[in-house]
Design a binder for this molecule. Structure first.
Ligand code: PAF
Length: 283
């Protein structure tokens, strides 16, 4: 595995690879790699000749009061993991390489970014859209892989690829969970013992919603009330939002319709740690 830190070097490498007709994939990450990331790399491997993983804790997707400073980082451990996962190139630029002092260009995606996560984190998707666009121009992949855990991010990225004509195939990989159902996330490392014990309630409440829907309940308020009840039983949990929305435009729905596909998603704070999770359900 070759570690690359400069944009120009990464672009030259990919230009040569593409000239040699190699299929290139990119797995963008913010590091502190876990099994969820490794599953993305595996899918990248299956869909390309050359796998590039990027590690960059992107400051523009964090609001000033959020956890950019404390976001977990372990570049030495990540390098070992990526190497043993068979990654070909690890792109780990410094902050100034990506955002020099006079940096001024941002990518804004309308509408879909204004809901759910966008309501709670109004500047988040501008940062995500900007860094992902830059990474696409740097790594010039044929294929890029993202996780379903960040369901709205996945939709935003597909929109960018379509609207800006990137011609990149986007693969959304299933969420990888701990044995007790907690979706894997680098932020899980913030949880105290008590919070960690209570955190599986997120997936439990989503599973309960899914069971209710399979059992014929179509009234979203009834489903949400049950989810709220389950989560509120946990002392350290504070709900930010629970949503049942159309899976393509994220419009909130009141009554589920036969044939519809819905994104059931939530954001819950355990102390200062904000976790998100979701499932997709077709009825
Ligand atoms: O999903 C993430 O880890 C980040 O939002 C991403 C896509 C790497 C952009 O910084």
């Amino acid at each position: 595995m070759r570690v690359v830190t400069k944009i120009g070097e990464m672009q030259n490498i990919v230009d040569d690879l593409r000239r040699d007709k190699r299929i290139v994939s990119l797995v963008p990450t913010m590091g502190y790699l876990h099994d969820g990331h490794l599953s993305l790399m595996k899918i990248a491997r299956q869909n390309s000749d050359i796998v590039i993983v990027s590690i960059f804790v992107n400051p523009t997707q964090f609001a000033p009061h959020e956890d950019f400073g404390s976001y977990p980082r372990d570049i030495a451990g990540d390098t070992k993991l990526a190497n043993s996962a068979g990654v070909d190139f690890l792109f780990t630029p410094e902050k100034n390489e990506i955002y020099p002092a006079d940096y001024a260009t941002f990518v804004d995606v309308d509408e879909i970014t204004e809901k759910l996560e966008g309501k709670s984190r109004p500047t988040h998707f501008r940062g995500v859209a900007t860094i992902v666009t830059k990474l696409f121009n740097i790594a010039k992949p044929h294929v890029a892989i993202f996780g379903q855990k960040d369901a709205q991010q996945a939709l935003v990225i597909k929109k960018i690829v379509f609207d800006l004509n990137f011609g990149i195939k986007i693969i959304i990989a299933p969420t990888i969970r701990e044995k007790d159902g907690l979706a894997m996330s680098s932020r899980n490392s913030y949880l105290t013992k008590e919070q960690r014990q209570e955190s599986p309630v997120l997936y439990e409440s989503l599973t309960e919603a899914s069971k209710m829907i399979s059992g014929g309940i179509t009234d979203c308020l009834t489903i949400k009330e049950k989810m709220i009840k389950l989560i509120s039983m946990k002392q350290s949990a504070k709900i930010d939002y629970i949503s049942i929305a159309d899976s393509t435009d994220l419009e909130e729905v009141d009554v589920l319709q036969k044939g519809g596909t819905y994104l059931i998603s939530l954001a819950v704070k355990f102390g200062n740690t904000r976790l998100i999770d979701n499932i997709i359900q077709t009825i």
